[in-house]
Design a protein around this ligand. Structure first.
Ligand code: XBP
Ligand code: MG
Length: 254
């Protein structure tokens, strides 16, 4: 029986990578007088590396103007990441990061049906608080029975740690939860934890392998384009009733 929905954050709740983190990283480079910027397409490549700090460190390997010394590199990563998160919070506070279509309605469905919700993300806790505080208010934490971020699960997706810790916090078995994700690393993490996963494709992950997903579609805000399980035509969005139906019909070994 489905008892909890586990939400990924970046790309799933909002288009935070394209409209938030990328913009904030470039502002941080500028603010620290670092002489390079990331293009939209370069950031798409870099998303193969989960975690903002890890992404920065990886990119430094191909930046000719980056310091050669490992200690200096690590210090630079910390400075950029801290400032990036400040700019990210400012972008969220300015109202520039709307929740993706259908997300708020699913939150309401879960509340009405008494289905728990959890957060399972590779991003920093500060970014989750900024985003959800802006959309759900200062009591945002009370909407979620578990919030597991990078700080609580340092082994980032595709490692299953974040999902295993979320299940542990909820006191649930893997087959009592359903993950909502957007990225290959997120899908792999949920599946490695034994959790069935539904994928709402995002800007940067519009063309990924979806064979491990219970169902996938372009948006939770539309019942169209979902497969192999389809949304109910009666309600032009993906409702909790669709997720419950899909979860019940999942293969024996999800
Ligand atoms: C996505 C990530 C994060 C963000 C940046 O996490 O990989 O690293 O890109 O956030 P998810 P930080 O999809 O699991 O929410 O800079 O805080 O790492
Ligand atoms: Mg994501």
């Amino acid at each position: 029986m489905l008892k909890a929905i586990l939400w990924d954050v970046d790309g799933t709740l909002a288009e935070t990578e394209h409209d938030g983190h990328l913009v904030a990283f470039n502002r941080a480079f500028e603010g620290l007088a670092i002489p390079w910027r990331w293009s939209e397409s370069r950031y798409g490549e870099l998303l193969a590396v989960a975690g903002g700090r890890e992404r920065l460190l990886y990119d430094l390997q191909s930046q000719p103007l980056a310091p050669a010394d490992a200690v200096q590199r690590a210090a630079l990563v910390e400075r950029v990441h801290r400032l990036k998160n400040e700019y990210y919070a400012a972008i969220v506070a300015a109202g520039a990061l709307a929740l993706r279509a259908g997300v708020a309605q699913l939150f309401a469905d879960c509340a009405a049906a008494g289905v728990s919700m959890g957060i399972a993300t590779t991003t920093s806790a500060t970014n989750v608080a900024a985003l959800l505080g802006a959309h759900l208010g200062s009591s945002w934490r009370s909407h979620f029975s578990a919030v597991v971020c990078a700080e609580q699960a340092p082994l980032k997706k595709p490692d299953p740690q974040v999902y295993l810790r979320a299940l542990q916090a909820l006191g649930l078995a893997a087959d009592e939860a359903l993950a909502i994700e957007d990225s290959p690393a997120g899908i792999a993490a949920a599946r490695a934890a034994g959790i069935a996963v539904v994928v709402a494709r995002s800007f940067y992950f519009s063309d990924i392998d979806l064979s491990a997903a219970l169902s996938a579609g372009p948006s939770l805000g539309s019942a169209r384009g979902w497969r192999p399980m389809s949304g109910a035509a009666s309600d032009d969005r993906i409702a909790l009733s669709d997720l419950v139906r899909w979860h019940r019909a999942r293969p024996a070994t999800p």
